[in-house]
Each structure stands twice: as C-alpha cells, then as structure tokens.
Design a protein around this ligand. Structure first.
Ligand code: EPZ
Length: 429
C-alpha cells in the first residue's frame, strides 16, 4: 500500500515566474498503446513522468514489449517501446483497473494479434464511464465481442474497413477505432469523431509509423488500411490542461506566470473564459503564453463541451476560481455525470456552492479558509490545491496519488513560482 500523502498548501502568495508545461498525458497514453501495432522500436519524446504513463508502460511490458526510459539531447524525457515480440493478448487485470483509458489497448492488440482480453476498466470517480461506443465501433470493424465475468474477450478473423457514426464524439472511442482501423482491409470512415488536439497528435504519430489517416481534428476521419508499418520518433504536444491549470493558478492568486511549451490554439476556450473573468493572457513568444491574474476575478458562466468547447478537465479548477469571484457563476457539466466532487470540499473552505445534477451555482465569497480536504480525482485534486493557494492559512489536500496521475511534479512547479506547497504524509482516512 503506497504511503498516503497529501499536499500542504500555505495560502496567500501571488505566484510569479516561469514554468515549463509537460508533454500531454492524454496524447502520450494512446500513442503508447499504438506502439503495439508496430514490430519495430518507436520513441515518444516529452513523455511526462506520471503514474498513468507508468501504468501504461507496465501494461506494455506485461504484454511482451520492452520499454526504455531516456532523455533526448534537449533533456526531454523519452520512452522507447519495442513491441517486436508480444507474448500475450491478455491485459493484466490489476493494471487495467488502475486506469480506464487502458480500454484503448483493444484497437492496437486486435490489429496486431487479432484478439484481446481486457477487464472492464476502472478509472476516476467522475461517472460510470461506459465503453459502449468503443465496443460497437469494434464490432462494426468485424470484431466478435464476448463479455463474461467482468472480462471482455474480443477477436477477429480480419478487421475490415467500414463507415462508423459515433453517437457521441468520445475521445477514447475515436482513438480506439482509429487504431483498430490502421491495418483493417479497406477504408474506414469515422463520423462525429472527437476533435481534441490529442486525436490529431495520435494521427500524426500513426502516420509517422506508416498509417494512412486524414481528417483528425475535424468531424470526419478517414483511415486507409495498410500493413506496412515501421518504427518512428514523435514528440507529444504540450498538456493543454496543465496549461489551463497554471493559468487558473495565476488568476486565483492574482499573480503572473510565463508558461513555456504551450500551443495557444489548444487552450482558446479556457483563455477566452479567463479573460472574461478579468485575466490578461497573451502570446509571449515562441510557444509561450503570459498570464496575469486580476486582483479579484469576475464571476463567469460556462458549460463544458467537446473540443473546441470549454474542456471538462478544466471545470473543477475554474470552479475553485469562481468561489472567490465577484458575483454568481453558473457552471454546467455536460460531459460527465458526476464531476462536482470538489464542491463539497470547497464548501469546507468557506465557499458558497450549490450543485443540482449537472449544474453548479457558485456565489463568490470574499475569502476562503484553509482546511483539510480530500481529492477524489485528478482534476478535483488540482482544483483544491488552487483553492489552497488563495485560502487564508493552511490547507491539506489528501490524496496526492490522484493528482500524481495527471500532473508532473505539481508541487515543485508551484514552489518554483513562489507558492508554499509541499508533500506531507497523511493518516489514511
Ligand atoms: C478522455 O477520456 C480523457 N482521458 C479525459 O481526461 C477527458 O475528461 C475526456 O476524454 C473528455 O475530454 C484520456 O484521454 C486518457 P470520452 P474518455 O470517451 O476518452 C461517455 C483527465 O482528466 N462515453 O470522451 O474516457 C462517457 O461516459 C481525464 O485527464 C459513453 O457514453 O472520455 C463520458 O460521459 C479525465 N460511451 C463522455 O462520453 C463510451 O463508449 C466523454 O467520454 C465512451 C464514452
């Protein structure tokens, strides 16, 4: 049982300085899965040192791949995966349960081995997280799916291209279908595809290994099946949610931050919303964004939507910001059923938040007070750290392991910006 740790945050400091944004977890995870399609070494550059990424590399190794961690000549962390010799199609249950996104191992394993066994995925506490869209797309590509005893056994006598229309632009289902279609016979067209930047990055990686994919980032993605795949090197895009999280941190403390390794286009919705709340955000140079928070943010309303709408993964962080806003903010969470876990914890810090189903109403207060609060998923955990930065006194956010899933060295990055944040052991509650 890993030692339970929390973040101790002493509030009241305006953060100031420069921070480098890490490579995107949600781009690297599907790319790692995609390396299983290729029997030559692939190198992924700027892979963040995060728990979810480690779990994915452990799964690849249990399947028979060799994974080597390294640094490139600029010091970026690299993962080189050699999946030349896979010895099983069964994804280990213990690892599968730790991370829901491992479901998109089905596509590459079906493409490479013609079969895969996975258990129903685990994941964070933000809703039931069904996988019906994944399974129906794979069935349309010629996959037989059997579900029994908590396991899914999938096999195919040969994947064949087809037209697929996703009921919802699911990120994972789009990625799974893309990867399964890479070696399918003929053409696959995915309609109502997710348009997130991570989908485009996956397309670019797959095309680098020899796939023939067009259209990622738009509603319709077209994949022409091929079997001639080879190794490749590919640098992951920066993490747009980490970028947004640091913008929110500058806003909630009234500080200012220069963020290095950003792609402004990927965070336009968050930038627009934070500017509406009073932040000054502008491009500062090559792949750099500068953000200056106001002395007090104005309350703003927003609804989370599929990309390019306001990202659900930024909703908890901006809710924290709104607890100190001037006025009343109405937030609607349209992507996940249960993504207001941070609300009850913020109320312990003196916030005025009322939630009803997918809607939260936040009445701004003049100050928050430090308290002991609990993270229940990676983004609500980050949101509570942000609230602690602005609260009076000492806040302990229990459940670092949730935050470690999505943020590489959050405490050291915040400390370098002048925040008073450190990890402390907490007695397991
Ligand atoms: C990806 O999850 C991200 N994870 C999530 O980030 C992110 O919140 C989410 O996309 C939405 O942007 C990774 O990329 C590893 P979805 P995913 O399939 O693929 C429903 C984080 O914070 N749905 O787009 O699981 C589902 O229940 C994580 O880094 C079905 O109904 O998201 C949810 O309500 C959290 N059936 C909605 O769609 C399905 O078969 C969005 O899910 C699949 C999904």
């Amino acid at each position: 049982m890993e030692r339970l740790e929390g973040y101790e945050v002493i509030g009241g400091t305006k953060i100031r300085g420069t921070v480098r944004i890490s490579g995107a977890k949600n781009a690297v995870l599907p790319m790692l899965a995609a390396t299983l399609l290729v029997d030559r070494p692939c190198e992924i550059i700027d892979a963040p040192d995060l728990r979810d990424v480690t779990v994915m590399t452990q799964i690849l190794e249990r399947l028979g791949a060799k994974v080597v961690v390294g640094r490139d000549q600029e010091g970026k962390r690299t993962l080189t995966v050699d999946a030349g010799d896979l010895w099983t199609h069964e994804v280990p249950d213990s690892l599968m349960r730790q991370m829901r996104s491992s479901i998109f191992l089905m596509g590459p394993l079906l493409g490479r081995m013609g079969k895969v066994r996975v258990s129903y995925p685990g994941g964070c506490a933000i809703g039931p997280r069904p996988i019906d869209l994944h399974l129906s797309s794979l069935q349309a590509l010629g996959v037989r799916i059997e579900e029994r005893g908590g396991y899914i056994d999938a096999s195919t006598g040969g994947l064949r291209g087809t037209e697929i229309h996703l009921d919802f632009p699911s990120v994972g289902a789009t990625e799974n279908t893309m990867m399964a279609a890479v070696t399918a016979r003929g053409i696959t067209v995915i309609r109502n595809a997710a348009k997130e930047p991570e989908i485009v990055d996956l397309q670019n990686f797959l095309n680098a290994v020899g796939a023939k994919i067009r259209g990622a980032g738009l509603d319709v993605i077209r994949i022409e099946g091929t079997h001639s795949l080879g190794g490749a090197r590919h640098q992951a895009i920066p993490d747009r949610i980490e970028t947004g999280t640091f913008m929110a941190a500058a806003c909630i403390t009234g500080g200012e931050v220069l963020m290095d390794n950003c792609i402004q286009e990927h965070v336009e919705a968050a930038i627009a919303k934070l500017q509406e709340a009073g932040a000054e955000i502008e491009e500062a140079g090559d792949h750099q964004l500068h953000v200056a928070g106001p002395s007090r943010v104005r309350a703003v309303d927003f609804k989370t939507l599929p990309y390019p709408g306001f990202p659900t993964d930024m909703q908890p962080q901006v809710m924290s910001l709104m607890t100190l806003g001037l006025g009343t903010s109405v937030i609607t969470e349209t992507i996940f059923e249960n993504r207001f876990n941070q609300a009850e914890e913020l109320k312990r810090m003196g916030a005025n938040v009322k939630t009803e189903g997918r809607t939260a109403v936040i009445k701004g207060v003049n100050r928050l007070f430090g308290a002991t609060v609990a993270a229940s998923d990676l983004r609500s955990g980050a949101a509570l750290v942000l609230a602690g930065l602005a609260a009076e006194g000492r806040t302990v956010v229990e459940g670092c392991h949730h935050i470690d899933r999505g943020y590489e060295g959050l405490e050291s990055k915040l400390s370098l910006l002048g925040a008073r944040v450190r990890r402390i052991p907490v007695n397991g509650s």
